[in-house]
Design a protein. Structure first.
Length: 286
């Protein structure tokens, strides 16, 4: 089975409360992304997704592979992911640069890892194993950060670049995550994006974040529960100028708005994309 038509323009993360409305209205939207783990059990959920499949390119975004786990990959989980990818034949498949499994216990979070040569060897081996099993390129997403490990010897963006060169994987550049990480750890988000290899980027994520002021310290929380911030929109335009017309996703997972509000955010992303990359207008969905 060949890979279907590419995801282009701006898409949305498909969440369960919006499925029926999307099925009924079939709005003009570039593509849809789903969390892999929500569809591994089969049943009505994946049946509804397959009804949408002829009209929208799909992206499968994993949250449970635990690429950075020292315990190794969970073979059963990888097999479930492979079966889902084979069934849906999505345009894109992605996961996070993080870990979430220790001692056989799954933790409900995407946890950070130190960026060292040892970590690069470990994650590289896991990414290669996933790609070999899926028979396609995996996109690896930069995480949102709240601290820096003293043990880290490689800047995050360099770690991701080395991972891409070593394995042939692509990068999912989450612009909001880059902004959140740099604000929380004292980095420069523009310099971060400028250091990303444009040829490796296969997808962009945009989302909202929360601001937490406690004891005089301001921490940004990547909660996917608000509109995209103005500063992130500006970074997105900068990213497009460097990466080109990369398919872009609006993520919104908490305080979920009506579908029309989510589509408005995607329409804004589409306008920014076409303004930043005018030559893409002829091929991007309106």
């Amino acid at each position: 089975m060949g890979i279907p038509g590419a995801a282009t323009g701006a898409g949305i993360g498909l969440r369960a409360p919006h499925v029926d409305e999307l099925l009924a209205s079939r709005p003009a939207i570039g593509w849809l992304e789903v969390h892999a783990e929500n569809y591994m059990g089969g049943g009505p959920a994946i049946g509804a997704l397959e009804r949408l499949r002829p009209d929208y390119p799909l992206s499968v975004h994993g949250v449970g592979l635990s690429l950075g786990s020292a315990d190794g990959l969970d073979r059963a989980h990888l097999e479930r992911l492979a079966a889902l990818v084979e069934r849906l034949d999505p345009a894109l498949v992605s996961e996070h640069l993080s870990w979430s499994v220790a001692g056989g216990a799954y933790l409900n979070d995407l946890l950070p890892l130190p960026y060292t040569g040892e970590s690069l060897e470990l994650v590289g081996a896991h990414v290669q194993r996933v790609q070999d099993r899926l028979g396609r390129r995996l996109l690896v997403e930069n995480p949102s950060g709240y601290l820096s490990f003293a043990a880290s010897t490689i800047p995050e963006v360099e770690f991701l670049g080395a991972l891409a060169r070593r394995t042939g994987c692509g990068l999912l550049c989450d612009v909001n995550n880059a902004y959140v990480t740099c604000r929380n750890t004292g980095g420069d988000a523009e310099a971060y994006l400028d250091a990303v290899d444009p040829d490796a980027v296969g997808e962009i994520h945009l989302a909202g974040h929360a601001v937490n002021d406690a004891d005089g310290d301001r921490v940004l929380i990547d909660d996917h529960g608000a509109p995209v911030a103005d500063a992130v929109w500006r970074l997105y335009a900068r990213a497009l100028g460097r990466f080109g017309a990369v398919p872009t996703l609006i993520e919104w997972d908490t305080d979920l708005p009506p579908l029309t509000r989510l589509l408005d955010e995607a329409a804004t992303a589409g306008r920014v994309l076409r303004a930043a990359v005018p030559e893409a207008s002829a091929v991007q969905p309106a």
